[in-house]
Write a protein that binds this ligand. Structure first.
Ligand SMILES: Cc1cc2nc3c(=O)[nH]c(=O)nc-3n(C[C@H](O)[C@H](O)[C@H](O)COP(=O)(O)O)c2cc1C
Length: 332
């Protein structure tokens, strides 16, 4: 058996499971492992210091898999933005056929990717943004509920509402993101109107994730309460793992006079990278979601994807089918 959806058909992948773009984590080792396991692995463009490094990383990923994989381009407001157009050029020149865009005002990038025949998955956190991305011509909406790691937006709508609310309005395939980690979640996503799932935190706790084992164990040890919401005051809310750094950010930001500059040093990307590389949990921000409460081991990507698909199929054909009764039986 296999789970076939419009999403798997459109992208030519075996299983409706995506590994979302992840700063410092979305490198060739992980993306290739996910794609080899039949999901869609995604490299994170801005993890590479320059567009030329991204070209090399794409080549490296190609030596590890002959399956389709994508590249994430995250467009965040910034005082000194990275050279987005050059990263985009590197993606196009490298012959990448699937891109995940995320963040603000993707139009220019979407237009250019579409002009080169690239399939675009746009990740967003609100139905109105999904509608506008659909109008822009993207191929798939990846919708991130409030549970997610990363930037859940400012509306605080969990997946249980956000996914069906989006499915009611969007015609192109939707994949559900935020809080997914097992077969139950995949079945729920399909039931709510999505055609696949996107996972971040769950893929951090896999053998192939290129981060320190202590971070993987930290995710396993945490439960669903192990996150902090930061940057709400600056209208750029982020969900990160609870540690001494994110606790401090929450405390400083709660002061009435607080401005972003008060926490800027604590939240530097390079410090977060140090935490992931050295395994020092308190070196910086560690991005992770509420799904930590459902993560209890560190499997390979193939084991994880195989298990999720197997469990989903078993739930659909067994547990859910078991609830169906003939009217006579129900009355008896
Ligand atoms: C360590 C980490 C880094 C992330 N970095 C990015 C990023 O650079 N760009 C992006 O679009 N999403 C990023 N995300 C969000 C994920 O792609 C995904 O949307 C999210 O993790 C889904 O929620 P989940 O963690 O509950 O599965 C990151 C998530 C994690 C865990």
């Amino acid at each position: 058996m296999a789970l076939r959806t419009r999403f798997t058909e459109l992208l030519g992948i075996e299983h409706p499971i995506v590994q979302g773009g992840m700063m410092w984590v979305g490198r060739a080792e992980l993306a290739a492992a996910v794609s080899n396991a039949g999901g869609l692995g995604i490299l994170t463009a801005l993890t590479q210091p320059t567009p030329d490094d991204l070209r090399r990383e794409i080549d490296r990923c190609r030596t590890m898999t002959d399956k389709p994989f994508g590249v994430n381009l995250t467009i965040l407001p910034s005082v000194n933005p990275p050279p987005y157009a050059e990263y985009r050029r590197a993606i196009i020149d490298s012959g990448i056929t699937i891109v995940e865009t995320a963040g603000h005002k993707p139009q220019e990038h979407v237009d250019e990717f579409k002009a080169h025949g690239i399939k675009v998955l746009h990740k967003c956190t609100a139905v109105r943004h999904a509608l506008s991305a659909e109008r822009m011509g993207v191929d798939v909406i990846s919708i991130d509920g409030f549970e997610c790691a990363g930037h859940p937006g400012e509306d605080d709508i969990p997946g249980l509402i956000l996914i069906p609310a989006a499915a009611d309005r969007i015609k192109i395939p939707i994949i559900a993101s935020g809080g997914f980690g097992d077969g139950r979640g995949l079945v729920a996503a399909l039931a709510l109107g999505a055609e696949g799932i996107n996972m971040g935190t769950r893929f951090c706790a896999t053998v192939e994730a290129p981060i320190h084992d202590r971070i993987k164990q930290f995710i396993v040890d945490n439960d669903e309460r192990g996150t902090n919401l930061i940057f709400r005051k600056f209208r750029n809310t982020g969900r990160v793992a609870k540690n001494s750094v994110s606790d401090q950010v929450v405390e400083i930001s709660a002061r009435p006079e607080a401005v972003f500059g008060d926490v800027a040093d604590l939240v530097k990307g390079a410090k977060g990278r140090d935490a992931l590389e050295t395994g020092n949990i308190d070196a910086g921000l560690v991005w992770a979601g509420q799904v930590q409460g459902l993560i209890h081991d560190v499997p390979t990507c193939a084991e994880l994807i195989g298990r999720i698909v197997h469990d989903a199929e078993t739930i659909i054909a067994g547990r859910l089918a078991g609830f169906l009764t003939q009217p006579e039986t129900a009355a008896a």
